[in-house]
Design a protein around this ligand. Sequence first.
Ligand code: 3UK
Length: 516
Amino acid sequence: AAHLLDTAIAEFGPERGCLIGESGKPAGADAGAETWTYGDLDRRSDQIARVLTSELGVVPGNRVLLCGPNSPWTVACWFGVLKAGAVVVTVVPLLRSEEIATVAGIAQASVALCAPGCDQEADKAGVPGMRVVTFGGSGPDDLVARCDLVGDRKFEAVQTSQDDVAMIAFTSGTTGRPKGCLHFHRDVLAIADTFAKHVLKAGPDDVFAGSPPLGFTFGLGGLVIFPLRVGAATVLLERGSPEALLGAVEKHGVSVLFTAPTAYRAMLTMLKPDADGGDARPDPRLRTLRRCVSAGEAMPAETWRAWHAATGIKIIDGIGATELLHIFISAADDDIRPGSTGRPVPGWEAAILDADGHPVPDGEPGLLAVRGPVGCRYLADERQSTYVRGGWNYTGDTYIRDQDGYFWYQARSDDMIISSGYNIAGPEVENALLRHPSVLEAGVIGTPDPDRGQLVTAFVVLRPEAPAGQAAVKDLQEFVKARIAPYKYPRSVHIVDALPRTNTGKLQRFKLRDLL
Ligand code: 3UK
């Protein structure tokens, strides 16, 4: 994986701009962006590898926990660990001490590289045998201070083979014990040479930006691996709010954007179409934007159309998973059917199977199974045999393939609602609600009901100006009944201020249950 830097430097030279870090701090001493060249990243990651090996006793195969915001130093640590021949264990920076203890225990981390804030949690976790080192703080033991002391001598990266484990990524699983997914060095390149090469078709002049954390493989791929593979620049936002994303696009001339459906919806409410002689033109702040990628959750056709109308850009929806590192089914260029996830990325195969592994006819729902260049390998976890069966990776999603080979997301297989004997996919009801002009966000789950088994229950966030109250609820229910089979309408509707989401943009359905 360290090869990514060598190739870009050989082709474009060390002075090429690489990482643009936006701290997101308000105007003042620390505000604004810092830019690292490819040479800076190479030099800093060499220094980190030297500190890891000569001062912290890291040897090839050791696991190093990495917990930091989306920032140049976090990326330097990622490369530094790999250059040292160690395995980088990426986690999102918001983890609390107990979660860090679980993850570090599963991964058997011997060192934790933590940004300020994460370091206290990692210390509190008290993992035996794990040394916590802060980076980006101010103390004399800070990794940055140590790097400044070791000098600029080139570090000879430990020779790894393509089948050596490079990283362990933890599932953002909303329930149960987190699962560590092992990925090889070749997997890191494989995602760049499948999705990024065939679908994104990015080049050295692109500027990437997005909101997913680097501790989530959606962010690691989209904001580090893909841009660096082609010698492009990438904007790293410590705070990836929708406002910050729009600001970054304008300020840095972003051309490729990665984020989740909710952020596209939130940005839509902030766009200012440039009305010109009655013809609404896209918001001028977005004029450099070329491609928008959405993942993490299904992109509803309604959001897709609204974004297209406002910006002229056709969002590329893609389904990825931590187990498979990145996106394996996606839309591409003009090969897009709004509301569908698209077709398998070149290099990948996908099928819809039943519980016994037999193919389900086109047009009928079944389990999504995929295989390709990256496979799922859980670290010491018996759930391996649930995810991988008969050579297929079962993502846990229910999908329909149409006769033209497009894949349509229905629901997480364990989120299908069964009400009065009907199978209802919550997302379909959510999408119907999202078409209502008053609705900003919607989450639909099945709740226990003595008569129907489960009741279709909706949680809705209304737009600020929208009317609320019982009449509004009735209106929403009638609206859904008029658009999808009436038995699917939400019999129970709760108006809420916000929906519980992971910091990767996924709706937390189990938390919706707790709201009742
Ligand atoms: C769901 C989607 C419908 C689906 C991820 C891109 O989300 C990522 O990884 P996770 O391990 O979750 C995987 C699960 O999330 N999902 C993701 N994308 C879509 N459902 N349409 C989509 N476009 O249930 C899947 O099984 O957190 C996404 C790249 C890397 C990733 N790790």
